[in-house]
Write a protein that binds this ligand. Structure first.
Ligand SMILES: NC(=O)c1ccc[n+]([C@@H]2O[C@H](COP(=O)([O-])OP(=O)(O)OC[C@H]3O[C@@H](n4cnc5c(N)ncnc54)[C@H](O)[C@@H]3O)[C@@H](O)[C@H]2O)c1
Length: 444
């Protein structure tokens, strides 16, 4: 009996040679903390804490084998030294100025990195205030219709690609208003007609995403916007070997939720209510103070509990959970969010208990390593024969509040299942045995 399964042949993976261009949409708190952090690590000033690709190991074979290499030694990932950054924003500030404005990193760190960060200047954005009510930018492209804007972004991607070997685009821009897919989102042809007609259901994030996927460039969406979560984008992603994955970085409160909820379910403890509230004072908090942007975030945050707890399978435990999520803009805290959870649970014979979580986190410090890992793993996916053309990379669910999946498949939100899935995917593409944790062979 074996606790591991033979995965079969290693799939072909192109080497990670040369430069990887990272095009970041929205050079705000998360993006600048990501870029400055990579540079700080490259210079040996700090460690890439929170990054699975940089610090994580992967067990291979039996527990008795003692074989657990670093993930970055096991799979061919681009090295941090090979990352080259550029991006877009609605403000003209360079990355040093934007990072100073965001006030996430201390002055000493920023001063050490200033000459490098100043060289990264945003290209003008695709922006329309209709989709982000609380922002008003001046560094913005104009075009005769939305297709024209796609063409402009495509030209910028092509120009940048001439200076590097491969490119990934990542959205670290603000949360747009809540949009649902319409007729234009159903096929490539319909979407392209929609672009020409400047259909109002096509938001700026979709314009960047369409440009990237049209150029065969992987795209990650750090916000809860629709962006690539519709049939036409999935079709284009598959057609052009441009991997996509979920939306909305899973960083603070939802990260905790997807750790705690599986624990309650594993022990068959009931949940009657889960009240989550946050105070947040950065620009993201300001944007989310607008009800239409908050609605997009709320949908993303609310989804996880139902999928994890499966009330349809466990009606006695989870049928009538009262789940509430609030975000309150509170400027004094800046990027240092405080997230409270009150969880009403019940145990043996229905006796009630409570759990309180008070997470004093730093939003962008949590998000930056996720941005890094996603860029590196999406680039790996594109170089991996078995993954490049499948479109949605469900194995990266680990990083998302709202993982994307194949149609009709429910998303996996449990952090530990997500982690196992990610590592087994890496074992699989490298032709190593999958680890099932059965473990009976240790007792033969
Ligand atoms: N930090 C976290 O823990 C976390 C977790 C999940 C999701 N997010 C999401 O990540 C995104 C970025 O967060 P942040 O804290 O860096 O916010 P931020 O406000 O500091 O940065 C967003 C930047 O995007 C720019 N922008 C907005 N629309 C744009 C467009 N159309 N084109 C180009 N630039 C545009 C803004 O000018 C701003 O500089 C937000 O949507 C946020 O909800 C953050």
């Amino acid at each position: 009996m074996s606790s591991s399964q033979q995965s079969g042949q290693k799939t072909a993976i192109a080497p990670a040679t040369g430069k990887l261009g990272v095009m970041v949409v929205g050079l705000g708190a998360v993006a600048t903390t990501f870029i400055a952090g990579v540079e700080a690590v490259r210079r040996g000033l700090a460690k890439p804490i929170g990054s699975l690709t940089q610090m994580g190991t992967i067990r291979l074979g039996k527990r008795t084998d003692g074989n657990a290499p670093l993930i970055r030694d096991f799979v061919p990932l681009a090295s941090l030294d090979d990352l080259v950054f550029t991006g877009w924003d609605i403000f003209e500030d360079n990355v040093y100025e934007a990072a100073a404005h965001a006030k996430v990193l201390d002055n000493e760190t920023l001063a050490a990195l200033k000459p490098y960060l100043e060289t990264i200047k945003p290209m003008p954005a695709v922006f329309d205030q209709h989709y982000v009510k609380r922002l008003n930018g001046t560094h913005v492209k104009t075009g005769k219709n939305k297709m024209d804007l796609v063409e402009q972004v495509r030209a910028e991607i092509r120009a940048f690609r001439k200076t590097v070997d491969r490119v990934v685009v990542i959205w670290c821009g603000s949360t747009e208003i809540f949009l649902e897919p319409t007729a234009v989102h159903q096929s490539i042809a319909a979407f392209e007609q929609g672009l020409v007609a400047s259909d109002p259901s096509i938001a700026p994030s979709q314009i960047y995403a369409w440009a990237a996927l049209s150029e065969g460039v992987p795209f990650a969406n750090g916000a809860p916007n629709l962006t690539v979560d519709f049939p036409a984008a999935i079709e284009l992603s598959r057609k052009n070997n441009a991997p996509i994955t979920g939306k909305d970085f899973k960083t603070g409160q939802t990260f905790m939720k997807t750790v705690l909820a599986p624990a309650f379910k594993a022990r068959m403890l009931g949940v009657s209510g889960w009240y989550s509230t946050n105070i947040l004072g950065n620009r993201d908090g300001e944007v989310l103070d607008d009800p239409e942007s908050f609605k997009t975030k709320e949908e993303s945050k609310l989804g996880v509990l139902d999928y994890i707890l499966q009330p349809e399978l466990y009606p006695d435990l989870y049928k009538d959970i009262y789940h509430k999520v609030r975000i309150n803009y509170y400027p004094p805290r800046g990027d240092n969010k405080e997230g409270w959870d009150n969880i009403d649970i019940f145990g043996w014979l229905g006796y009630p208990m409570q759990i309180k979580v008070d997470f004093l986190c730093r939003d962008s410090i949590l998000a930056a390593p996720i941005a890094l890992d996603l860029v590196l793993f999406l680039d790996l996916a594109q170089r991996t024969q078995q993954l490049a053309s499948i479109g949605v990379q469900e194995w990266l669910s680990f990083y998302w509040k709202s993982p994307q999946t194949a149609p009709d498949l429910y998303p996996e939100h449990d952090l530990f299942i997500q982690s196992m899935k990610l590592k087994n995917t890496l074992r699989h593409i490298m032709g190593h045995e999958l680890i099932t944790h059965l473990g009976l062979e240790y007792y033969d």
